[in-house]
Design a protein around this ligand. Structure first.
Ligand code: BF8
Length: 644
């Protein structure tokens, strides 16, 4: 397969015909879809325009049956008497609950599998004993041997999610949050006792005739977002590392070119590696069966966050992010798309009607009309995975060669940057004090600061454009970029995660990436570090806490920021609120549905900074957003007495 140098990709990108995507492979398949009469998300978004302005501004309400209501010139309150401010705050809190419940359910699944594995009831192993011991110790758990420890860690996690009383707050929060933050949240009265209780309470308070105070509702949003951060993101990452291993740096590939014409191709899409890890194992085991069907073998490729999980731990190549997902089917070369939960457009089965691809759903809470459903049950994990892989193998003969068009593009990406693996690299430079080289380079200005670019694709925004342009501008200014989720996949596709990508950085950052690369045995580290899936935003918080502890400076004063520049899901809002709660100023585009309330908009974009040290910012021009983030970092540096 032809490999294109990053500069050629950038050149192609500038001259790409696509108005809707900067990903040239995506544009190629959009054109194919259009020629073959296949409608995709890019078409459907246009069909929905113009969007209802009341809904966009958040001043509409469909919670009770007296409505739906909206705030207009002639009606400044809904039928129940709710103001626009109440509607906006209530709607946002419900969004945060939606996002938090997704991550919490994900973490619960992982905890149950860990418990089952340790009890010998499910076919999973504890791959990372060191991580198990680290987490057990941090939770104050003692035990006899790894199985006993694992059961106790899993039970502690499940207790955190289900607790009603009497703890002041969640054990996972106490394990990972800085003391300074816990004190701040305690004063605000937002420490969550338990996960399920908090989300039930939040849904309750947003029902008709309950909480009508916008500020109180916003505090409910912070409390729920803390559950997301600790009972969702951290818990899921910790337990998945124990089960599947903590990621280490490795080379892999990104973009549609990872789909291989000679092979049975299986795309795994969704979020939880509990199924997709087993599909990788089953594919390895059943290679021979694929050869009997005339294929060269079996090729598993990832999409979205379960793809990120496999990429980080196994180096399984990634075909694309959210806005690539339907078009992977349009390549005509996918025998199966196996999905679990979250971010799977229900239209994938409609798109698959035009091709031979089998869409296979596996979760009892995420079925899609038109899909084949093979229910995943961890006690039968190996059988289910093998059944899915065999379905793909037998479907190979149904592929129509005339419909196959795989864009001839792949990009090299260095992935797998857990905090543990970064510390290992740093320890090669400074064994006694691994964080010292990082801190020294921040202090001397080689690294001005760091920005986490995270989150989704949204068809309201040119696909990958904001992710890539903001990152390019920041690295040029010596600001390190860390990425997760669909943002990370965008950066991987565009070459910003290739070791040679360091040449796009400013001189100071280049020098650091080269020094670290040499320590890691490569030319340089990439200027955008792949930190994993969306639950792996927890890894960013681990790094921030480590830096904060090392410098003796609260997170809110560090020269850092975050951006979700193509945000889509409720999860993006719960994660963003958690980031702001940590004191990290966070850019979000498009803005959540708050603009109909001056009070809530002012609270979230200005006043909240006095309470938490971070706030939300908007902006849809990537260069302006990058400048704003750069200024923010310069101001933080100045406050710390560091040169701008
Ligand atoms: O959890 S970045 S579109 S795939 S929500 Fe979904 Fe957004 Fe992608 Fe992953 Ni995250």
């Amino acid at each position: 397969m032809e490999k294109l140098h990053i500069k050629e990709r950038l050149h192609l990108k500038e001259s790409a015909p696509g108005e809707l995507s900067i990903d040239v492979a995506n544009v190629e398949l959009m054109e194919k879809a259009s020629n073959e009469g296949i409608s995709t998300i890019f078409d459907r978004e246009k069909q929905q325009e113009p969007h209802c302005s009341y809904c966009v501004d958040g001043v509409s309400c469909r919670i009770c049956l007296m409505g739906p209501c909206r705030i207009t010139k002639k009606a400044d309150r809904g039928v129940c008497g709710a103001t626009g401010d109440t509607m906006v705050a209530r709607g946002l809190l419900r969004n945060i609950c939606g996002g938090t419940s997704s991550h919490m359910d994900h973490a619960r699944h992982a905890a149950l599998v860990l418990k089952g594995a340790a009890e010998g009831k499910v076919p999973y192993a504890i791959k990372d004993e060191k991580k198990l011991r680290t987490i057990a110790k941090a939770l104050g758990i003692k035990g006899k041997g790894s199985k006993d420890l694992a059961i106790k860690v899993a039970k502690k996690a499940l207790d955190d999610l289900g607790r009603q009383e009497p703890n002041e707050t969640m054990e996972w929060l106490k394990m990972h949050a800085p003391e300074e933050r816990i004190e701040t949240w305690r004063k605000l009265g937002v420490l969550p006792v338990g996960g399920d209780r908090t989300i039930t309470e939040s849904m309750h308070r947003t029902t008709m005739g309950s909480d009508a105070d916008p500020v109180n509702l916003a505090l409910g949003g912070i409390k729920s977002a803390l559950v997301d951060g600790y009972g969702g993101l951290h818990m899921a990452s910790d337990i998945q590392d124990i089960l599947f291993g903590t990621p280490t740096p490795k080379m892999s590939k990104a973009s549609f070119g990872v789909i291989e014409e000679d092979n049975v191709n299986i795309a795994v899409h969704g979020h939880v590696p509990i199924l997709s890890e087993k599909i990788v194992e089953a594919a390895e085991k059943l290679q021979k069966e694929a050869r009997k069907e005339g294929a060269k073998g079996i090729n598993v490729v990832g999409i979205c966050c379960t793809g990120n999980e496999l990429l980080m731990r196994q180096g399984i190549p990634i075909a694309g992010n959210e806005l690539n997902s339907e078009l992977a089917i349009v390549s005509g070369a996918l025998e199966a798309m196996a999905v679990d939960i979250q971010c799977i457009y229900p239209s994938v089965t409609k798109v698959a009607e035009g091709y031979h691809t089998k869409v296979i759903t596996t979760s009892p809470i995420a079925k899609i009309p038109g899909a084949e459903h093979i229910e995943f049950n961890e006690t039968r994990a190996d059988e289910v995975a093998e059944e899915i892989v065999r379905k793909a193998i037998t479907n190979f003969k149904n592929r129509d060669p005339d419909k196959v068009q795989i864009p001839n593009l792949t990009t090299e990406a260095m992935v797998g940057f857990s905090v543990e693996s970064i510390v290992d690299v740093l320890a090669k430079i400074s064994p006694e004090d691994p964080l010292k080289p990082l801190v020294d380079n921040i202090a001397n200005g080689n690294i001005k600061g760091a920005v986490a670019i995270v989150g989704c694709n949204n068809p309201k925004v040119k696909h990958d454009f904001m992710h890539v342009k903001i990152a390019e501008d920041l690295i040029e200014k010596d600001i390190l970029v860390i990425a997760t989720g669909c943002a990370a996949i965008a950066h991987a596709k565009e070459g910003l995660m290739s070791p040679e990508g360091y040449k796009e950085a400013g001189k100071g950052l280049q020098a650091v990436l080269k020094a670290l690369g040499e320590a890691a045995g490569v030319e340089a580290l990439p200027p955008v570090l792949h930190f994993g899936s969306c639950v792996d935003n927890s890894r960013i918080a681990v790094l921030l806490k480590a830096l904060s502890d090392k410098l003796g400076v609260p997170i809110k004063d560090l020269p850092v920021a975050a951006s979700a520049p193509e945000a889509t899901t409720e999860k993006a809002l719960s994660i963003g609120t958690w980031a702001v709660s940590l004191g990290v100023t966070t850019h979000v585009n498009p803005l959540p549905r708050i603009t109909g309330s001056e009070e809530v908009t002012k609270l979230l974009t200005e006043d909240i900074e006095n309470l938490l040290g971070g706030k939300f910012i908007g902006g849809s021009n990537p260069h302006e957003v990058a400048k704003t983030l750069e200024k923010h970092i310069a101001a933080k540096r100045k406050k710390l007495g560091l040169a701008a």
